[in-house]
Design a protein around this ligand. Sequence first.
Ligand code: MN3
Length: 306
Amino acid sequence: MYYHVQKLINPIPDDEPDPAAANALQEGLGGQFGEMRTMMQYLFQSFNFRGKAKPYLDLIHGVGIEEISHVELIATTINRLLDGSPRYKGAEMGDGGAGTPLDIAVGRDGANGIHNIHHFLVGAQGAMPVDAVGNPWSGSYVYNSGNLTLDLLYNLMLEATGRLQKCRLYEMSSNKTYRATVAYLIARDAAHEKVFAKALQSLGVDFGKVLPIPKFDVDKFPEVKTLMDLGLDKQQFNFRMDGTTMGTILNGPSPVPGEGDFRVSDPPEGAPITPGPERPEEFSPGLPPELKQLADQMASMAAATS
Ligand code: MN3
């Protein structure tokens, strides 16, 4: 069973809305190599795990639990990039348009880049379980062969491809809201790449100088460098309240030569989550006043009788 803490795994700074960047980020959420896939792949591999190699089960499950928080983080980032974008007429969005409340959805406002009409038409400026061209997330992305070694090999490839795509995403916008989450996920994908590499090393695989994949000059990714300097790419968080044995595989030299030790660590402190405001142009109120009054009355009656 799972417990929940109402916090984001990493803070998301404020910047201007950017619906084209929000759409690009959909690939990292609902794409073939996105966070929904890593979450579901590792959770299914742990639900279906056979045999007595408990540290490997704990390791796969441990990464899977963290991925739930990555799905939450990237979806919230997409929301923040979309929220208020129809009325935003700043640098990213051109300077005016047809003058209707949702003209952005049909591109009449001079918007730069490719946004997704469904972000405004099907949802109300919120994230969706789709990729950057609108394909719905698919359960057929999940790889779970039932052979532990094969699953670990595929998981390493999945993290490396996710990291590759996020490095490309990083170059698509300098928006601070967007970059903070992309940089965090690049650092954590690097950590998870090392987790599966350590697991394979323990089974005799020699990676030589292959890792990390892809290789890049970290000085060109300053937001990622800050996180790597904090060691975010050299530890695996443990979210288990009943203890984990994954440290027997993970604690020790990093599989990337010359970068010191990898370790299992406590979860990060987390950052507050606040719901977005109501959006009248989307006909998206929470509770209208008369229903809010009813809800308040019920709450005060419940408080009085308890
Ligand atoms: Mn992830």
